[in-house]
Design a protein around this ligand. Structure first.
Ligand code: SF4
Ligand code: ZN
Ligand code: ZN
Length: 310
C-alpha cells in the first residue's frame, strides 16, 4: 500500500476519501481539514482569545493539540462532574495534556455550582442524565467565557456527532435546533461566538491522529453514556457510511449549503424565541433558563406555571 502523496509506505487507509497515506501525510491531511473548516465558516482568527471545552477524551484533546499547533491562543476549560470511575481519570488526562502543550486549563467542580450530584439533578429535572449534564456544562462554559473576556468558544464536536445530530433534528423537524446546528454561530449580547473546528473530521480520523501524536486521553467510559439516544443515530449514519463512503460529509455539506437559504435572514432569537433569563441573564428559550430551574428545584423553590420562580 503506497502513500498517495510521497509514494512511501502507507499505513492508513481512508475509505471515505478512497485514499491511503503515511503517518506524516495523514497529519498534514488532518490539519488541513481543520484549517479548511475554520476558513469555510470564518470561525475565528489568531487575534481571538479562545476557550475550549476539554473533557479529557480524545476529541477535545486532539482539537486542543491541533489548534495549538496552528498558533491559536487557546485555554482549556474542564468541569469535574464527579462521576465515579470516570471523572478522576478525565481530570488527570486534561491536566497532564495542558502541562504537555503548555496551555492554561481552568477547572471547576460541579459540587461548587450545585447542591446535588448529576444523577439527582437529572431526577429532579425528569430528564436523562446526559441531557442535564450537557446542559450544565454548556451553561458554565458559555457563562465563564463571557465573564472572563474570551472571544470564542470551541468544542470537539466532529463529523460523526454532527451528522448524527442532523439526522435526529431532521427526523423530528426540530427547527430551533436546526437553526443552531451550524459550525460557527455569531456572538450576541451575553454570549461569545461558538465554533466546531472538527466539523470536517471523523471519529476514526481523530482516533488515528491521537494515536500518532501519542495523546494520552481518558479511556474510562462514563456509566451514563450507554443510554444516550444520539448513539442510535450514530449507528444509522455509520451503517450508511460503511455501505456508501462519504455519506456523512455529503449529508452535512449539503445541509450547510441549504442552511444559508433556509435561515440566512432569520434571527435565531425569532426561531427559538431566545431572551435573557430573568434570574441570571443567560439566553434561553423558556421563561427562565434550565440551569436556574434546576437550582430552584434543588433548593425546593416552586416554579410557577409561567416558569417564574417563587
Ligand atoms: Fe455527562 Fe453523559 Fe458525558 Fe457522562 S456521558 S459525562 S453523563 S454527558
Ligand atoms: Zn506520505
Ligand atoms: Zn438563568
Amino acid at each position: 500500500m503506497k502513500c498517495r502523496v510521497c509514494k512511501g509506505e502507507a499505513t492508513i487507509k481512508l475509505e471515505s476519501y478512497n485514499t491511503k497515506l503515511c503517518e506524516k501525510h495523514f497529519l498534514a491531511f488532518f490539519e488541513r481539514r481543520v484549517r479548511n473548516g475554520i476558513a469555510d465558516f470564518k470561525m475565528f482568527g489568531h487575534e481571538d482569545k479562545i476557550l475550549i471545552a476539554v473533557s479529557g477524551g480524545k476529541d477535545s484533546l486532539a482539537l486542543w493539540d491541533v489548534l495549538k499547533n496552528l498558533g491559536y491562543n487557546v485555554t482549556g476549560y474542564h468541569l469535574v462532574i464527579n462521576i465515579p470511575d470516570s471523572s478522576e481519570d478525565a481530570l488527570a488526562r486534561s491536566r497532564e495534556f495542558a502541562d504537555r502543550i503548555g496551555s492554561p486549563l481552568i477547572v471547576e467542580n460541579l459540587s461548587d455550582l450545585l447542591d446535588a450530584d448529576i444523577k439527582n439533578a437529572a431526577h429532579l429535572m425528569k430528564r436523562p442524565v446526559c441531557s442535564v449534564c450537557g446542559m450544565v456544562k454548556r451553561y458554565r462554559f458559555n457563562r465563564l467565557a463571557n465573564e472572563k473576556g474570551f472571544t470564542a468558544v470551541v468544542t470537539g464536536h466532529h463529523l460523526d456527532d454532527e451528522s448524527a445530530a442532523l439526522l435526529g433534528n431532521l427526523l423530528h423537524w426540530q427547527e430551533g435546533y436546526l437553526a443552531r446546528q451550524y459550525p460557527a454561530l455569531d456572538a450576541k449580547p451575553g454570549m461569545v461566538k461558538k465554533a466546531k473546528p472538527l466539523i470536517y473530521v471523523s471519529k476514526k480520523e481523530i482516533e488515528i491522529y491521537a494515536q500518532i501524536k501519542q495523546i494520552n486521553f481518558a479511556s474510562s467510559s462514563c456509566p451514563y453514556a450507554d443510554g444516550a439516544t444520539s448513539l442510535e443515530y450514530k449507528a444509522v449514519v455509520n451503517q450508511l457510511e460503511e455501505k456508501m463512503p462519504s455519506t456523512k460529509i455529503y449529508f452535512l455539506k449539503t445541509f450547510f449549503k441549504k442552511y444559508r437559504q433556509l435561515f440566512k435572514d432569520t434571527q435565531l432569537e425569532e426561531i427559538g424565541e431566545l431572551h435573557k433569563c430573568p434570574e441570571c441573564g443567560y439566553l434561553t428559550a423558556g421563561p427562565i433558563c434550565n440551569f436556574c430551574q434546576l437550582k430552584a428545584k434543588i433548593a425546593g423553590r416552586k416554579i410557577r406555571v409561567d416558569g417564574m420562580i417563587r
